[in-house]
Design a protein around this ligand. Sequence first.
Ligand SMILES: [Zn+2]
Length: 415
Amino acid sequence: MARNLDAFIDTHAGDLISRLQQMVSIATVNPPGCDYASITSYLTHELSALGLQARRLPIPAKLLKATLPQSDHGCPRYNVLGQLPVRGAKKTIHFNAHYDVVPVSGTWRHGSPFSGAVSGGWIYGRGTADMKGSIASLLLALQALRATKTAPLMNVEVSFTADEETDSLLGAGWLVENAPIKPDYAIVMEGGELNRVCCGHNGVVWLEVTVHGKAAHGSTPQDGINALEKMSALVLALGDYKRKLARRTFITPEGETMKPTLNLGGVFSSGPGGKINTVPALARFSIDRRVLAVETVASAEADLRAFLQAAAKKIPQCHITVAKVSDNHPCFNAPDHPFFAAMADSVARVRREPAVFSVSSGFNDMHFFSHHLKIPTLGYGPGGEDIHAVNERARIKELLRAAKIYAELLTTFAG
Ligand SMILES: [Zn+2]
């Protein structure tokens, strides 16, 4: 990459670390979604200082109340939008990260999970890896371009969005429908890291199955319909469905074989009035169906519902109702567009190793850009270790490399 950009980034690691520490110290824990006001005003300020037209986009109170009825105890939602028009540029690239983090627990190696302690080349804290580190890398890339008077070859849009750790409805989901953006390409700054560029991710369908029985006294169980026993038979039948799913495969561009999966009973419960001497009248369990990047949530859900109804029919007196808890779309971008080649080249030049195109088993916000805006979208960021766990951390060397890769892409790809 251009030597001056490379040198600037190396000599300004301190700026990246202090910004990341600042962000980590703002405990944007979701749920419930706290401190969004502070972090979005900080980020808006940072983007403005780097020469972008930046503003906070507040979620209207009415919509907030309708979407999160329990959250009227002072947890407003905001998304941040920054725009950098470049003279002569024909295309626009959009960088996105979420700024919320998952709750913390346990004892951390370097004190508070919100301290951003630096040790042995790593920075520790909730959000360092998922994904405030990505924001810090992007800000340093933008700072390097500005300081060296290097113009990007595309207009740059940046969004920092809320609520990815819950459902993104008021975050990236809201942004792609309501914000004044018109990107040609998008990078969600997670999902791919090191030499792996993410070109898609799995989706998910969450269902809740309720088995309805009939209560009776425990001394005369023959008078009731035992919902637990019916549920057990249904769960056993789902074993066949799992085997059927396992025959469905998707081979990713890097050659990994992915299969749809089913996780049963992450949540299960009996109905009200459960007692040791009562025949259970109700039993309920959850289903987490992971949807391949090339499947759709609609067909996955319809197929699973049909199987459940058919299986219940074969079990005497097994009456069920199935409710959807939520879903999240998968996405897959065949990496044959020049955008992907440009990103792979940027990764390879900075890391001095060939890049591969991966598909993530977990979901992230890529599908909002890919599906809703229908633009080539990839996932790439500095990543880290122990995401969502104790001692979450990011490697400072990787944060700097991600900054260089973003700067490299912005100065080599015109769209
Ligand atoms: Zn994340």
